[in-house]
Design a protein around this ligand. Sequence first.
Ligand code: KG4
Ligand code: ZN
Length: 358
Amino acid sequence: MHQACPSLRSLSGDGWQPSPILGIESSCDETAAAVLDVDGGVLSSVISSQVAIHGKFGGVVPELAARAHVTAIDIVVGHALARAQCKKDDLGAVAITRGPGLAGALLVGVTYAKAMSYGLSIPLIGVNHLEGHIASAWLSDPIFPLPCIVLVVSGGHTHLYRRGADGRCALLGCTRDDAAGEAFDKGAQMLGLEFPGGPAIDQLAKRGNPEAIPFPRFQRGKTDLEFSFSGLKTSLLYKLRDMKASVQTEQVADLAAGYQEAIVQVLVSKAFAALAQERLSALAVVGGVSANSRLRVLLKERAEREGVCLAVPPMAYCTDNAAMIASVGRHMLLTDYCPICEFDIQPALQVGSGPTPV
Ligand code: KG4
Ligand code: ZN
């Protein structure tokens, strides 16, 4: 049973008094903290990556991730406050990712944030990580229009939403198997590249020819808004199996370019199919894969050609960060959300039918 928190110092009869807000993110392999000012501007955003810890395993090891969050969280929060020139006592709320993500990793952040909220007598807001990614499109472009189509492309999600004028998101389609980021990571592993695979393929593909080695592109029908990347992955596996090691080495950049092209072309084509289906002309693309340089070029070209208003977050807000979490928490507090002191982590949380804050 959720309990309302009655005596928090930044809450009055008129609701939350706008004040600096601290955001914390610990859902996967990045420990992040950020401070937003009274008007929602980003004062600081600090990210401590665990790439060095997980790199040798070729993927995120949940237990190691949780331990690394324990070591880093207080230091990262300290840096975020110092860079923002903000004292703990200046804070008016703490926003924390409550899901989706790795259970142990989420628990570290939520427990830390609960203690901080209790100690400072300020509201604690549990934020949906996916809503954070969605909000990242509005962090640098607060007047980006609604309604619009939102494509969330991260390590665990490839989801297309229609976001209405009221901020609510309705799911239009998603992946049937791997997420786009997962396809990048697994493909990179097969190609012998470093972890995380997305940035590694992105870099290598710049030296390759995307047409040299064709890969299958999942297109069941022009109007179908579902994704699938498992066939693509299998195709890379078979191509590598049938190639001599010396040819693999020679053609590794072409393989990376062709593989990447198959992923990004499908993402672009489905996002624009969603715009056509919903008769909309505004598209936001968010999540780690939105950092992909080829995807950004293709999106920009097509948006310009078709007169579509496009929002892709600056690189710093594409991958996991805490500014996006603080931004959602701030909006929830400003729109009559009643903070609760007790809530649990939700490792499998999805985007619900409630408003996704701008
Ligand atoms: O949003 P994110 O940081 O974490 C999740 O919520 O999952 O996304 C991480 C994913 C990883 O799969 C990573 O390989 C991918 O985003 N990624 C990229 C690039 N940068 C990160 N994929 C393609 N190109 C990139 N430049
Ligand atoms: Zn994420």
